[in-house]
Design a protein around this ligand. Structure first.
Ligand SMILES: Nc1ncnc2c1ncn2[C@@H]1O[C@H](COP(=O)(O)OP(=O)(O)O)[C@@H](O)[C@H]1O
Length: 172
């Protein structure tokens, strides 16, 4: 079945601005913002708490099952800090957000994360973990890495994705 609207994956380390970008693009384009972290909690798509990493252990299969119908229809903005377990066929565009390490540290501190959790996430950003995951999981031509350290960059990213979504046409 052909999609009527594009599906976009917005990924990146926690704190890089995925939710903010998605909320803005959802309001300019009408695409649906699917925040996987919230869905995992509200629909219990996990297998408990990981004490070491201080987060829920998501059940990737259940998450994919829960999203299958919506992604088949199209028009989804999927927001998650990981990207290697979604079916490749779901997405027309994959955006990886990146943030300056010091800026990211401050954002995560404001969020009240523990020192260890901040260090783990900033280390993940320094090592380009999500960029590599996206490059390993999707075709090179649909993966775009965008900077998200300043409000100006956020504005540019919203504009860019809005234009991209508006000019997208289903492939025949
Ligand atoms: N490009 C940016 N410039 C300035 N502040 C930003 C930017 N991106 C995100 N923020 C701020 O950083 C915090 C984390 O953003 P959020 O969208 O929740 O990140 P994520 O969904 O990736 O965890 C929020 O307070 C948000 O306003």
């Amino acid at each position: 079945m052909a999609r009527r609207a594009p599906n976009i994956l917005i990924t990146g380390t926690p704190g890089t601005g995925k939710s903010t970008l998605c909320e803005n693009v959802a309001s300019t384009t009408g695409l649906r913002h699917l925040e996987i972290g919230k869905l995992v909690k509200s629909q219990q798509l996990h297998s408990g708490w990981d004490d070491e990493f201080d987060c829920l252990v998501i059940d990737e299969e259940k998450v994919c099952d829960a999203l299958e119908d919506q992604t088949a229809e199209g028009g989804c903005l999927v927001d998650y800090h990981g990207c290697d377990f979604f079916p490749e066929r779901w997405f027309d565009l994959v955006v990886v957000l990146q943030t300056d390490n010091t800026v990211l540290w401050e954002r995560l501190e404001k969020r009240g994360y523990s020192r260890k959790k901040i260090q783990d996430n900033v280390q993940c950003e320094i090592m380009h973990v999500i960029v590599e995951e996206a490059s390993d999981s999707y075709r090179e031509e649909i993966v775009h890495v965008l900077q998200s350290s300043t409000p100006e960059e956020m504005e540019e990213n919203v504009e860019r994705l809005t234009q991209w979504a508006r000019s997208w046409r289903p492939s025949s």
